[in-house]
Write a protein that binds this ligand. Structure first.
Ligand code: THU
Length: 146
């Protein structure tokens, strides 16, 4: 398992706390911050960005990942997520979004008093991924029987 040291996990989590300061959440009033750690050590922040058309809201994790990709950081090691209620494991959509960049990515979040670390593969088992789609070539037109 590629879990971070306590010091590194806390450092990344602090960046997520700082990112939440920039929240744009005039509807939920629920600030969330995220911070991505890329393989070269760069820390990339993101916050939740809401919209008057509520469903268009972007979670902090997805903002941070989009930010990281936009500056050329797709080799991602970890992502921390913070919200004030101290129980902010990423939502289902964000789990899927994180997994796109690798099942070993470490997700760091508070659970009560504990700073938790779990790989995204642990948080989203049996996921639908690019590998799932790549099977199509192999499977071809074969019929499906149970
Ligand atoms: N939110 C996140 O930023 N990340 C999550 O994983 C769950 C929810 C945001 C979306 C919305 O702006 C607010 O939290 C309330 O749902």
């Amino acid at each position: 398992m590629n879990y971070l040291t306590d010091t590194d996990a806390k450092k990344l989590f602090s960046a997520a706390i700082a990112a939440a300061e920039n929240t744009y959440s005039p509807y939920s009033h629920f600030p969330v911050g995220a911070a991505v750690l890329s393989a070269d050590g760069t820390i990339v922040p993101g916050t939740n960005v809401e919209n008057a058309s509520y469903g268009l809201t972007i979670c902090a994790e997805r903002t941070a990942l989009g930010h990281a990709v936009s500056i050329g950081k797709t080799d991602i090691k970890a992502i921390a997520v913070f919200c004030k209620t101290n129980s902010a494991a990423p939502c289902g959509a964000c789990r899927q979004f994180i997994l796109e960049f690798g099942s070993d990515i470490v997700v760091i979040f508070m659970h009560g008093e504990e700073l938790m670390q779990r790989t995204i593969g642990e948080l989203l088992p049996f996921a639908f991924t690019k590998a799932t789609m790549d099977q199509l070539e192999k499977v071809g037109d074969q019929e499906h029987n149970l």
